[in-house]
Design a protein around this ligand. Structure first.
Ligand SMILES: Cc1ncc(COP(=O)(O)O)c(C=O)c1O
Length: 352
């Protein structure tokens, strides 16, 4: 702590992202990145990108990308907001929509950034415990009308709520915004996008980082009623006018033009996930049924901390949280078929 820090800075407990090692040949299964490259169309967009673009500021409204998303989701452009990764879109959402008199509710086990933003933006929160089996009980969110944020599927549990449950959240909290963070929706969950024209209070947030293999270019977006989108634009224009750079915009637009490649990669990862779950169960692990590109697993004889460090010694990175209820578990990203085999082979040695 320094005398120069503001009180709020001194109080912060910043989010700690998964390691991005700069040295050593690690098998990275800790940050849910895509094991496959982006679409070949992205490759062409990168080759065709003119360096002279870089001397100009990008379009502050990212119209090229908003138009491509409008076509992809069949929504008019007033329903769309884009930002520098879904983290930034979510942060703007916290300031613009979730900072209310009534407390913001979210599951006690979920994406770690939610509590960090709540602290940063001085938002009152109410954590709602997950059930013993790590599922979300929608009834727990129907006893008061106050803002909600839910990752669906949830992280790190990998469990998903169905669309009818999301609809109950929206209709049961008509005077509050319900944010559905769909970072992992493309791996088998039911998206709430079809509800955004029906319910003014649903905001869906998605990302290009996972299923579209563009974590490095940092592009995310929100879909919701124009009144909600206007709030995000007001916050953005009070913070950074040009959040999506021209290069990132070109890669995201190119990715959207190749749905075939996108679907094939998602299907391939879903199929590897099922084989990985089977392999883990054969080694004695308990694994939650996943609708994501990661699995949440525990072993009756080995703690999460031991699994993490034994794998680390074998140059495999997975994610572990030293917090109550998660200490038995690790979260493992579904890699390519070869990567999953390598992981299972190393885990086989650890378990025996
Ligand atoms: C649930 C969830 N939401 C949002 C994000 C942020 O993704 P990005 O900022 O890369 O779009 C992540 C990243 O891991 C996540 O797990």
């Amino acid at each position: 702590m320094s005398q120069f820090w503001s009180d709020v800075t001194a109080r912060l407990k910043p989010y700690v992202p998964g390691e991005q090692p700069v040295e050593g040949s690690f098998l990275k299964l800790n940050t849910n990145e895509n094991p496959y490259p982006p679409s070949p169309d992205v490759n062409s967009a990168v080759s065709d990108f003119s360096i002279s673009n870089l001397s100009l500021y990008p379009d502050p409204d990212s119209r090229m990308l908003v138009d491509a998303l409008s076509e992809r989701f069949n929504l008019s452009t007033e329903y769309i907001f884009v930002g520098n990764g879904s983290d930034e879109v979510l942060a703007h959402t916290f300031v613009g929509l979730l900072r209310q008199e009534r407390p913001l509710r979210f599951p006690d086990i979920s994406y770690g950034f939610y509590s960090v933003w709540a602290e940063l933006f001085d938002i009152d929160t109410k954590l709602i415990p997950l059930r013993q089996d790590f599922s979300i009980n929608v009834h727990d969110y129907l006893d008061a009308d106050s803002p909600i944020i839910i990752a669906n599927p949830n992280a790190p549990t990998s469990l998903a709520l169905g669309l009818s449950d999301i609809e109950r959240l929206a209709s049961g909290n008509p005077d509050s915004v319900v944010v559905i963070d769909e970072a992992y929706i493309d791996y088998g969950g039911e998206s709430a996008v079809p509800l955004v024209e029906k319910y003014e209070n649903i905001l869906v947030v998605q990302t290009f980082s996972k299923s579209r293999a563009l974590a490095g270019t940092r592009v995310g977006y929100a879909l919701g009623h124009p009144v909600l989108i206007q709030a995000l634009r007001r916050v953005k224009d009070s913070f950074n006018s040009y959040p999506v750079d021209s290069f990132s915009q070109a890669t995201a637009v190119a990715s959207l033009s190749d749905e075939d490649y996108f679907r094939k990669c998602c299907d391939r990862i879903c199929s590897s996930r099922e084989s990985l779950i089977e392999g883990l169960i054969n080694l004695g692990f308990d694994v939650l049924p996943s609708k994501t590109n990661f699995v949440f697993a525990s072993h009756p004889d080995i703690s999460g901390a031991e699994l993490y460090s034994d794998l680390y010694k074998r140059k495999i990175l997975v994610r572990y949280w030293d917090v109550p209820r998660l200490q038995g578990h690790v979260r493992i990203t579904v890699g390519s078929e070869n990567q999953c085999e390598q992981l299972l082979s190393e885990l086989g040695k650890i378990v025996s």
